[in-house]
Design a protein around this ligand. Structure first.
Ligand SMILES: *Cc1c(COP(=O)(O)O)cnc(C)c1O
Length: 456
């Protein structure tokens, strides 16, 4: 399988090269040159593996990671999911006859990003080994992505990871997930400033081509091809475990901001897995809700919310959806993205309205939804998952993706239910020493820190 850019001006690459490159040089995002078409025989092969998540993931990813020896790929995936705390990896809970929850928070950082970043970390390690090169990963975070990336690379030979975050402005638990790992190749850099200051400094560091090349710098971000592909697997796994009559009629309800989560499900459907449809569930940062209800995709300011990992202004994975929706025409994607960049809006109406629906949940509604779900089902959901429970369909079953553990958001949960959600992983963190490096949000200081601590 080879990989192309959504903007059509990057030579085709292998899986490993597309993963290592991240963002395509023409500014586009990587996608498979053609999507596999899974037939009944392949679906039966998947079905036989539905109770072994890592084996199912291997059976899926081997269609894509065709330049990695099969046994290596199998071992890499097994290792990626060995860090999860439950044998099902992604348990499917039934709350009522027509309502299921897919729990995606049993990985090391208790949020769904672990599904992709555990695999990505092992892919990086594999690449270091076969190429005899080091890799230094650099990112800025306001929360979940940074800690999931750190736990993907924890202690991996040949790699180091540097995560910038605004000192005092992430949640104490999130800071502990980044700064209490004890790993020698992990550097939690607490900058004096805001998340935007951290991002601006980071952009500057990446802008220095010579520095970037010399230290084999790679970016943490939400657009890596491997992330989307790894995320397809939990949809497949859930769909296979549903009763036959529910498989055909259920909507997957997906809390999303960058469109990464829902894109993965939709791509799986395009590959021939007959899922009925998707509900795009946003918080008050509702660019995707507005898109799927009005056909207009337009920027507005970010409003910090109780579901902070969905606080986005534009959805970075939207371009992949656009590519397919514009008939896989890179020139058209360039035109639309160019116009969008210039004006902050575009009109987009040719998507499948039967496949997508959308809901929007503002901050005032989140605690009430958490409380109602607790009262109705004796089940506690986190604020992101709560957005998915906003307007459940009454005429068909729903599978709501639970993207984070409630234990990560104790204040909101306590306020809504009176209960203190606990998770042993987080309790252990509270007793570990916190090692953070305070640093100015200045490119020169950041570079000096990397220079002194990177893998070379
Ligand atoms: C990142 C994140 C999301 C949103 O994921 P997208 O890739 O933007 O679709 C939802 N919930 C949680 C807990 C997250 O960490």
């Amino acid at each position: 399988m080879r990989y192309i850019s959504t903007r059509g001006q990057t030579p085709v690459l292998s899986f490993s090269d597309a993963v290592a490159t991240g963002l395509a040089p023409d500014g586009g995002l990587f996608l498979p040159e053609t999507l596999p078409a899974f037939d009944a025989v392949q679906l039966a092969r998947f079905d036989a593996l539905k109770n072994d998540y890592a084996a199912l993931c291997h059976e899926f990813l081997r269609h894509f990671a065709t330049d990695i020896p099969d046994d290596t790929l199998r071992a890499l995936i097994a290792k990626s999911y060995s860090t999860f705390s439950v044998p099902e990896i992604a348990p499917l809970r039934q709350l009522s006859p027509d309502l299921y929850v897919l729990e995606l928070f049993h990985g090391p950082t208790l949020a769904f990003k672990d599904f992709a970043l555990q695999v990505l970390g092992n892919l990086y390690e594999y690449q270091c080994r076969v190429r005899g090169e080091t890799i230094n990963v650099l990112g800025a975070t306001s929360g979940d992505t940074g800690s999931a990336a750190i736990h993907g690379l924890l202690g991996k030979p040949g790699t180091a990871i540097f995560i910038l975050y605004p000192d005092g402005r992430t949640s104490p638990l999130q800071e502990r997930q980044m700064a209490c790992t004890g790993a020698k190749n992990v550097f939690a850099l607490a900058i004096d400033g805001t998340f935007d200051d951290a991002q601006a400094a980071l952009k500057d560091v990446f802008g220095d081509q010579e520095f970037r090349t010399r230290h084999h710098l790679s970016a943490v971000n939400s657009i890596n091809l491997a992330r989307v592909l790894a995320q397809c697997v939990y949809y497949l796994s859930a769909w296979l475990r549903l009763p036959a009559n529910v498989r055909a009629t259920a909507d997957f309800v997906v809390p999303t901001g960058n469109f990464g989560n829902v894109l993965a499900g939709w791509m799986l459907q395009k590959m021939g897995v007959p899922m009925r449809g998707f509900r795009v569930a946003t918080n008050q940062n509702d660019i995707l809700y507005r898109l799927f209800t009005t056909g207009e995709y337009s920027v507005s300011g970010v409003r910090p919310s109780l579901a902070p990992s969905m606080d986005i202004q534009v959805s970075s994975n939207f371009e992949r959806f656009l590519y397919y929706s514009l008939g896989r025409d890179g020139a058209k994607v360039r035109e639309v993205m160019g116009a969008f960049k210039a004006t902050g809006r575009c009109v987009f109406e040719n998507f499948d309205r039967d496949t997508f629906s959308a809901s929007r949940c503002d901050d005032a509604e989140i605690p009430a939804i958490i409380k109602r779900v607790y009262q109705d089902f004796n089940y506690i959901i986190d604020p992101h998952t709560a957005c998915g429970f906003k307007e459940l369909a009454s005429d068909r079953p729903s599978v709501v993706l639970a993207t984070a553990s409630p234990a990560k958001f104790p204040d909101t949960i306590r306020e809504a239910t009176g209960i203190e959600p606990l998770d042993p992983t987080l309790e252990i963190l509270k007793s570990r020493p916190l090692v953070k490096h305070k640093i100015k949000a200045a490119p020169a200081e950041i570079k000096a820190f990397i220079e002194a601590n990177c893998q070379s």
